[in-house]
Design a protein around this ligand. Structure first.
Ligand SMILES: Nc1ncnc2c1ncn2[C@@H]1O[C@H](COP(=O)(O)OP(=O)(O)OP(=O)(O)O)[C@@H](O)[C@H]1O
Ligand SMILES: [Mg+2]
Length: 253
């Protein structure tokens, strides 16, 4: 197989997970799948894509977005389980599939009064779907944004959902407003604050922060992923972040 990903073992599963809605799970899932798909095209023109983006999100963000990208420009296959069980474990076993990027929903309907040792995912349908995905996840990616309100849910996700299941994880700083984070004494104060938040807790984080760019928020409507962005100006910088992050993730697998 002339793919740059060796095909000896099961597919690797990268799951975007963060209790807080709007932190960038869908944005990261789609764009990371796009970069991975571009780097790992099908062996022949009619062969299936080795990269799959999967959504267990009932909101269907992944489907709404992927369906808008013209089929000949979409470098991955996508699957939307809508909570149906068994599909992602089956994909892991599929010999044609090498990487699966899973978009998950925010999970706010947890019981805030549940005892610390209880499983905060509960036992509903979404919980079962999450459970199933986490069981086969090789790397959980947890987006953290400068917005203070995403911090506690990120910690909750790591401490209460990922650590008890021994799921390896990586925090990714997203929506960094680099233009307004002026360098002082050789550091960018906002970025440094987020990195310190990770260090204080012993959380591994990606060296590349995903900057906030308007092109990212318009991309779903425009039917674009980062690999189709123009290679100039801010679009180039916006896509660069994802190329770097994709490398970091491959190294972490
Ligand atoms: N780096 C970025 N720059 C600009 N806009 C971004 C960036 N990342 C995400 N966004 C925008 O922020 C909004 C929320 O992102 P997204 O939908 O990916 O979050 P989510 O975690 O999947 O949310 P939910 O939990 O509701 O599914 C979207 O409008 C998206 O386009
Ligand atoms: Mg989403």
């Amino acid at each position: 197989m002339p793919s740059s990903i060796a095909s000896a073992s099961d597919a690797k599963v990268i799951t975007l997970v963060q209790q807080k809605g709007g932190s960038g799970k869908s944005t990261l899932a789609v764009n990371l799948a796009a970069v991975s798909g571009q780097n790992n095209p099908p062996a022949q023109a009619d062969a299936p894509c080795p990269v799959v983006a999967a959504g267990i999100d009932r909101q269907g963000s992944l489907e709404d977005w992927s369906a808008r990208v013209p089929e000949d420009r979409l470098p991955f296959d996508y699957v939307v389980t809508k909570g149906k069980l068994g599909e992602i474990p089956d994909l892991v076993q599929d010999p044609d599939v090498r990487r699966i990027f899973v978009d998950t929903p925010g999970f706010m309907e947890t019981d805030p009064d549940a005892p610390m040792d209880a499983d905060p995912l509960g036992s509903g349908n979404t919980a079962k779907a999450m459970e199933e995905v986490l069981e086969v996840t090789n790397l959980a990616v947890v987006p953290l944004t400068p917005e203070f309100l995403t911090h506690r849910p990120a910690e909750f996700t790591i401490e209460r959902v990922l650590k008890p299941r021994k799921v390896p994880f990586l925090v990714v700083i997203n929506m960094w407003d680099s233009g307004n984070d002026r360098e002082r004494d050789g550091v960018r104060p906002e970025l440094e604050k987020l990195r310190k938040w990770c260090r204080d807790r012993g959380y591994p984080f990606a060296a590349t922060a995903i900057r906030r760019y308007k092109i990212h928020s318009k991309a779903p409507e425009d039917g674009l992923t980062v690999i189709q962005y123009p290679e100039s100006g801010t679009s180039l910088r916006a896509r660069e972040d994802f190329y770097k992050l994709a490398l970091t993730i491959e190294q972490a697998l």
